[in-house]
Design a protein around this ligand. Structure first.
Ligand SMILES: *Cc1c(COP(=O)(O)O)cnc(C)c1O
Length: 270
């Protein structure tokens, strides 16, 4: 086991520092098996098929050599938060021809060119300017990209993403960008040790998806819900997640604090 056990619906944010570093292929195999077992248990609690939940291992801050161990243990798609870091790792690991990359963090338009070059998936679409920049760069590359629209369900200024009320109008603009294949919605829950407050964020994303699905524009499919991280993925699965983004429970704790990724986020205290 890579992580301490918790109550099925408890969160582990307070325990971030207790995830040991994975330093061998066997470590990764064991951690992946443990996470898959927890996914299966969460699915069982709510009568879901585990095949309906994709595990996206998140490798941010970890060095190339470590990513290669994860790859050898079966991770053939990796999530990275920062476009530049992701691009550098892609360049360094192009010999692994079936390794694919999901960019899961905020994108500025001046980095769209980087992402268009190599990413298979982008999970943090939250502005038309970025959609336009990505589409233009993708058309030039002759590529397409799976995208998730990021929604701010925690009502915290520190989190990126569209306000829930703005998502319907945003989706109506997206068919104009033919290189973007819209797959669903993504969110980060509130960082809280109170499981109920975390759950509320996930419920909100699912209900929003369900409402929008009925009259989504042609070509816009809202099948996917990307929600849940190391500390809260079981709650997310109980509430309908189809993609969970898990870093530390697979790779080990990160030295970089989360507020590096979510500016102005208060230290995790709940
Ligand atoms: C880092 C990150 C994750 C994974 O967080 P862990 O605590 O390592 O599981 C998930 N989503 C996003 C957007 C991230 O940047």
């Amino acid at each position: 086991m890579s992580s301490p056990t918790s109550s099925p619906t408890g969160t582990l944010h307070a325990l971030h520092n207790q995830w040991p570093q994975a330093t061998s292929v066997d470590d990764f195999r064991a951690n992946l098996a443990a996470v898959h077992a927890r996914i299966a248990a969460a699915c069982q609690r709510v009568g879901r098929d585990p095949a309906g939940v994709r595990l996206l291992p998140v490798s941010k801050t970890k060095p190339e050599a470590t990513l290669r161990l994860a790859y050898a243990a079966g991770c053939h798609m990796l999530g990275e938060n920062k476009p530049q870091e992701a691009h550098g790792k892609w360049e360094a690991m192009r010999d692994l021809t079936d390794l694919r990359w999901s960019v899961i963090g905020h994108l500025q338009t001046n980095k769209a060119k980087l992402v268009a070059q190599f990413a298979s998936e982008f999970q943090a679409l939250d502005s038309l300017r970025v959609a336009e920049a990505l589409d233009r760069r993708l058309q030039a590359e002759g590529r397409a990209l799976d995208v998730f629209v990021q929604v701010n369900t925690s009502d915290e200024d520190s989190k990126y993403g569209l306000a829930p009320d703005d998502v319907a109008a945003f989706l109506r603009e997206l068919p104009a960008f033919s290189a973007l294949r819209v797959k669903g919605l993504m969110t980060l829950a509130m960082f809280s040790a109170e499981a109920d407050r975390v759950r509320t964020c996930f419920v909100q994303l699912r209900e929003l998806r369900d409402r929008l699905r009925n009259d989504a524009p042609a070509g816009i499919v809202l099948d996917e819900l990307s929600m849940g991280m190391s500390g809260d993925f079981e709650i997310a699965i109980e509430e309908g997640a189809t993609v969970v983004r898990v870093g530390q429970a697979i790779f080990g704790a990160r030295a970089t604090p989360d507020h590096h990724y979510w500016p102005a986020t208060a230290p995790v205290q709940a």
